[in-house]
Design a binder for this molecule. Sequence first.
Ligand SMILES: *Cc1c(COP(=O)(O)O)cnc(C)c1O
Length: 481
Amino acid sequence: MIDQIRALEARARLLEPDHTTRQIWEKAIHEYSNQFLEQLDKAPAYITPNNKSPILAFEEQPKPIEQLLEFLGQDADKQGLNTSSPKHFGYIPGGGLYTTAIGDYLAAVTNRYAGLFFPSPGAVRIENQLLRWMCQMVGYPEGSLGNLTSGGSIANLEAVIVARDKAELKGADYHQAVVYLTDQVHHCVQKALRLAGMSEAIIRYIPVSARFKMRTDILSDQIEQDKESGLKPFLVVGSAGTTNTGAIDPLDEIADLAENHQLWFHVDAAYGGFFTLLERYTPQFQGIERSDSITIDPHKGLFLSYGSGAILVRDPKRLYQSNYYTASYMQDVEGAIQEYSPADLSPELTKHFRGLRMWMSIHLLGIENLKAAIEEKILLCQYFYGEIRDLGFEVGPFPELSVMIYRYVPEDVDANAFNKALVQYTRKEGRIFISTTTIDGVYWLRMAVMSFRTHLEDMQVGVEVLKEGVQHTLAHFKELA
Ligand SMILES: *Cc1c(COP(=O)(O)O)cnc(C)c1O
């Protein structure tokens, strides 16, 4: 048996690369990342995927790193949407700060067990410091906390679960439980309700104003009516920066109603949350500090690479009550609680030291510079609004944050068909990437400025591509006529 163990050990030891091997790998990945970063400005924002591209087969023998990087460079990092591009204007971009990679690298190498205070007090303190910083930013009182998640969808799921548990709703009540939101809410909220087992719950879509904000007069009437009918209203979801148009709901008015009717008030600020760092823009968010929970995505508004969301809660006891656990194999941990641990406040137990990337980014880059980049995005979107309107585009509401909608309405051509063709033009052209949305049957193009890499020149390229696109598409439609 000893011989067998020794033979296996010889192979198993290869899992720990020696200093020389580490240096070879590090050099290769640094060259790769430098090359990637240095060509970003010129690289297309979108390349139509080649659906026939091969995959790299798994084999018994190890492969050299060059082969893997070559594959990534030709394939995974080449096709489709280049989310790191400064000309990525679709969905909600963030860019992916390099400092995220440094934090992730160290978190992976040291592999701290960041789920619990007992084995890793330092990691838990760092994560809780980040959460408290965000709580303070949105105006939550001392004692509030939350959980760092992988993104906004999971944060919204956690919020729905806490709201459900706070209202003490059981399965038999779900068909009477009522949730209030608008049709501008991010679709992951409806998905969260389903995942929380509540697909039977009644969703009331409260109409929106011309600026796509929740009509609180109608919300008020609807809650009254539902209560009179014996239903169980339990949750109202407001948006602080919708994905479609960047609209902020009247949070203060929603807070009044939630308070009067004892509803859980959740604010989805996945996109908009970090704009509260800018004093000049905080009045628009008034009332967010009165909510019970908030979703916020550092991988959007703080420009981190994907994999960073958060739920903030005014009263962490609520989050604890939904997520607590006991198990005999956890007995060493008990009694050591000086801080809430991520595992107490989320479904996760063993977890990546997720906060290190954000901590590194804030420290290495400085809050002042992050704030400047966030404010720059608002102004860039306003700049685009003016330019595109001058080109003859129809524009939606003036951007409150850094997202807006616009479309070109030509004479004698179906506008929806025209704008679809215009987007196809931009996809083939490739320099910029834009995404679209449909509101009340009208097809709109979206401009979302949120990548930290996006600056004035990139907006100018965007305007130029759309200008050429209109001419090209008009000519194409004339040919068809
Ligand atoms: C992006 C977004 C979400 C979803 O967050 P993910 O991080 O993509 O899971 C939810 N709500 C809003 C308003 C968003 O912009």
